[in-house]
Design a binder for this molecule. Structure first.
Ligand SMILES: [Zn+2]
Ligand SMILES: [Zn+2]
Ligand SMILES: [Zn+2]
Length: 274
């Protein structure tokens, strides 16, 4: 399984869209891996987690080929994870997909509301776009992959956000953001799953935080418990991502912090083979 992290920032991006804080100013000066776009992750060229507002930029500069993507698995309805207006570029005359070529979007009811509001189900778009409702505990097929959603600790008053187990070709990953420290129902549901890689919400980096989002300490606690309940072993790769400008997520310092807890700090364009 080949994972490409096209975006690794929280909602505001790094540097933040409107921000002139010292971290954002420094990120602009440094450039390179200190520049982070909104989160998405591509698996084997076909499966995309989330569809952020930076998707066009990622296609231009990160070489993301959306024509090859057949499935978009959406974690929740927040704008940094789902930008449905861009989906309408899939149909003629904006693109010329092959006959019967359909792009499937998987998500919760709130994601579906945004899909409808953007007009993605009108008579033109619905020929090329199809929404699939998914919910916690119900495993479904996505192309060749098997996917199970779990309840996240995030935006709880408004929607049930998902983290996902994704298995393909004998390998499995846990796609774990946006979320705080997992709810007990999720710990229970995760029993019996085994992961080769775990990707976690590290919005707060070195700042201690475990509710709605996580910092590195909470990520380490999740790691510990996953190992304890045998969902992960010595070979499991742990990856931290979705960093906010508030935690000064410079590539070097984030790598140092993540490594000290047995994690890799993701950066835009990072490729991982598992
Ligand atoms: Zn987010
Ligand atoms: Zn800033
Ligand atoms: Zn969110």
């Amino acid at each position: 399984m080949k994972l490409i992290f096209y975006g690794t920032a929280a909602a505001e991006g790094f540097p933040g869209l409107f921000c002139e804080c010292e971290h954002c100013q420094k990120a602009r000066e440094l450039g390179g891996r200190n520049i982070r776009t909104r989160t998405s992750c591509l698996i084997d060229g076909q499966y995309l987690f989330d569809f952020p507002p930076d998707v066009y930029m990622q296609a231009l500069h990160g070489k993301l080929r959306l024509s090859g993507v057949r499935h978009i698995i959406v974690t929740h309805s927040h704008e940094d994870h789902f930008q449905p207006d861009e989906l309408k570029m899939k149909r003629p005359p904006f693109a010329y997909p092959g006959e019967d070529e359909v792009l499937r979007i998987y998500g919760n009811d709130r994601v579906f509301e945004r899909f409808l509001k953007a007009g993605c189900d009108d008579e033109y778009n619905s020929q090329y776009l199809r929404f699939v409702h998914v919910g916690p505990g119900k495993t479904f097929n996505v192309g060749e992959a098997r996917v199970t959603p779990f309840t996240a600790d995030h935006n709880n008053e408004y929607e049930t956000c998902h983290i996902y187990a994704f298995s393909l070709g004998g390998r499995s990953i846990l796609y774990g953001h946006d979320t705080g420290y997992f709810p007990e129902c999720t710990w229970e549901a995760l029993r019996g799953f085994r992961f080769d890689a775990v990707i976690l919400d590290c919005t707060f980096g070195g700042i201690d935080w475990d509710s709605g989002h996580m910092g590195m300490k909470a990520c380490a606690k999740v790691k510990e418990r996953l190992v304890e309940q045998d969902s992960c072993g010595e070979k499991t790769i742990f990856i931290a991502t979705h960093f906010s400008h508030n935690c000064a997520p410079f590539h070097e310092s984030m790598t140092e912090l993540a490594n000290s807890h047995g994690f890799i700090a993701a950066y835009d364009g990072m490729t991982v083979e598992i």
